[in-house]
Design a protein around this ligand. Structure first.
Ligand SMILES: N[C@@H](CCC(=O)N[C@@H](CS)C(=O)NCC(=O)O)C(=O)O
Length: 236
């Protein structure tokens, strides 16, 4: 049995998708990041960077318990465990890995910063304090969509000519382009790819995981302080 400590955000969703696609039994334990549960000592033990998701597999390699943090590492772990969605043929495997790394190093971090400055920032700061960040990260978001759109112009999937963990990692990040100042119709290949994945039964099930916690209201002052203020930056 897999215990997944998670939250219904893009990084959580990619792991929910993989678990559902593989049919691996798991229990989702919510870590309420707006209340600071990511800083609890018990969570930091398995996720020292205080980020969701993190996973404990009671039946890991050799039947031993293992914990894994970082959503890309979790996808890689689950792919090896299930023997699915990460091709074994070397050329395909490296292709898949490079696009998984592209998600982890570029799509997630840059779009995440765009969310901070463009989507959340205006509720908490004067606009003139945000302009530098908005200019940089909304432009980066559009640059990244353009990279993806060109790549998908003559491909159905990101890597290996098949649906892999690279697609699962990128998909949740492009579900809400309005959060990072992107007009999806300007990137028709990304839109076609995204809309096809969105209808997969496993993906639909994955989007239900912890759905009751989904909220699109603005952060309260307390939530802001926890996620983006002094509580986030306390030394522990
Ligand atoms: N690189 C990490 C990023 C994870 C991440 O940023 N998780 C967010 C939710 S999407 C989180 O837990 N934030 C809590 C915090 O920043 O305190 C991964 O891919 O797992």
């Amino acid at each position: 049995m897999i215990d997944l400590y998670t939250w219904p955000t893009s990084n959580g969703h990619k792991v929910h998708i993989m678990l559902e696609e593989c049919g691996l039994p798991f229990k989702a334990h919510p870590i309420v990041i707006g209340k600071g549960e990511q800083f609890q000592p018990s969570f930091l033990k398995i996720s020292p960077n205080n980020k969701t998701p993190a996973m404990i597999d009671r039946d890991g390699p050799g039947g031993r318990e293992i914990s894994v943090f970082e959503s890309g590492a979790i996808l890689f772990y689950l792919a090896e465990k299930a023997g699915r969605f990460f091709p074994t043929e070397p050329m395909k495997r490296h292709d898949t890995m490079q696009w998984l790394m592209f998600q982890m190093s570029t799509v997630g971090p840059y779009l995440g910063q765009a969310h901070y400055f463009y989507k959340y920032g205006p509720d908490h700061f004067d606009r003139d304090k945000l302009d530098v960040g908005i200019n940089r990260y909304v432009r980066q978001a559009n640059r990244i969509y353009n990279v993806m759109d060109l790549h998908l112009a003559d491909r159905a999937w990101f890597a290996a000519g098949e649906y892999t963990i690279a697609d699962m990692a990128i998909f949740p990040w492009v579900r809400m382009p309005a959060f990072h100042g992107v007009e999806i119709d300007e990137y028709p290949n990304v839109k076609r790819w995204r809309d096809k994945i969105a209808t997969r039964p496993a993906v639909l099930r994955a989007m239900e995981v912890l759905k009751e916690h989904n909220r699109f209201t603005k952060h309260t002052d307390e939530e802001w302080e926890i996620q983006f203020g002094s509580i986030q930056y306390q030394r522990r």
